[in-house]
Design a protein around this ligand. Structure first.
Ligand code: NAP
Length: 246
């Protein structure tokens, strides 16, 4: 799988899964737009890591939940590279709470970043991809978007929404050879999951036939495959990367 000369936007690429995806694309010859929201230092570290291994990358700050900032991110990419070959919608947040205690603000915040942010990015980049008659969109959903999870009604709704968005847009864009797929990771060791108590992590581990927690590269490898020539005939699919959890 080579991506020489391809332009890739990875949202939320300053840390965790997004960072692993950005570095993996950089190592395979792509020019990578490393998006972040607030963690300037981490985003620039990601860029440096890509450049140190001979790749090309640039960091662009944008809150994907804001329609105009998502547009800025897409416009800057087109201005710099003239095209968008691959869009990875990875930015995500959690604000877990049982519904009786969850505030409206925390419901809206999670939906806005995870679901609306994904829609914003596709809304702004799809015209270019459709004109090119080529493009790959890969959205990061979650295992819980498929099976549900108590205490995460906001997050699960956003991740299930991403599945619906993926399937609908695969049908809208198919004729122009723009594919839209989602990856649904299981439990991946990142800052997002670090905060969970050990008892919760152990309970997850018991449900995983491969008997280990996932790593960001497990997700990145699947994303790379879906973005590659080898995945030409795959669209509208939700690919689970969860060690067999479901
Ligand atoms: P993470 O380590 O918490 O990183 C989140 C990333 O999203 C950061 O780069 C952050 O940027 C960015 N971000 C947050 N809000 C943003 C916004 N408004 N606009 C643009 N970027 C924003 O998370 P992760 O564990 O790598 O998760 C990445 C994706 O995988 C998420 O969509 C998550 O829901 C999904 N996922 C994760 C797991 C897991 O077990 N970890 C499982 C299933 C699905 P800053 O650094 O600037 O804050």
């Amino acid at each position: 799988m080579q991506f020489k000369g391809k332009t890739v936007i990875v949202t939320g690429a300053s840390r965790g899964i997004g960072q692993a995806i950005a570095i993996a694309f950089g190592n395979k010859g792509a020019q990578v737009v490393v998006n972040y929201n607030s963690n300037h230092e981490a985003a620039h570290q990601t860029v440096k890591q890509i450049e140190d291994s001979g790749g090309k990358a640039i960091a662009i700050k944008a809150d994907v939940s804001a329609f105009d900032q998502a547009k800025f991110l897409v416009d800057q990419t087109i201005k710099l590279y003239g095209r968008i070959d691959i869009l990875i919608n990875n930015s995500g947040i959690t604000k877990d709470q049982l519904i009786l205690r969850m505030t409206e603000h925390d419901f809206d915040a999670v939906i806005n970043v995870n679901l609306k942010g994904t829609w914003n990015m596709i809304k702004h980049s799809s015209r270019t991809m459709l004109k090119q008659k080529s493009g790959r969109i890969i959205n990061i959903s979650s295992v819980v978007g498929i099976v549900g999870n108590p205490g995460q009604s906001n997050y699960v709704a956003s991740k299930a929404g991403i599945i619906g968005l993926t399937k609908s847009l695969a049908k809208e864009f198919g004729k122009k050879q723009v594919t839209v797929n989602a990856v649904a990771p299981g439990f991946i060791e990142t800052e997002m999951t670090e905060q969970l108590p050990d008892t919760v992590k152990e309970a997850y581990l018991e449900q995983i036939p491969l008997a280990r927690l996932g790593q960001s590269m497990d997700v990145a490898n699947t994303v790379l495959f879906l973005a590659s020539e080898e995945a030409n005939y795959i669209t509208g699919q939700i690919i689970s990367v969860n060690g067999g959890m479901i």
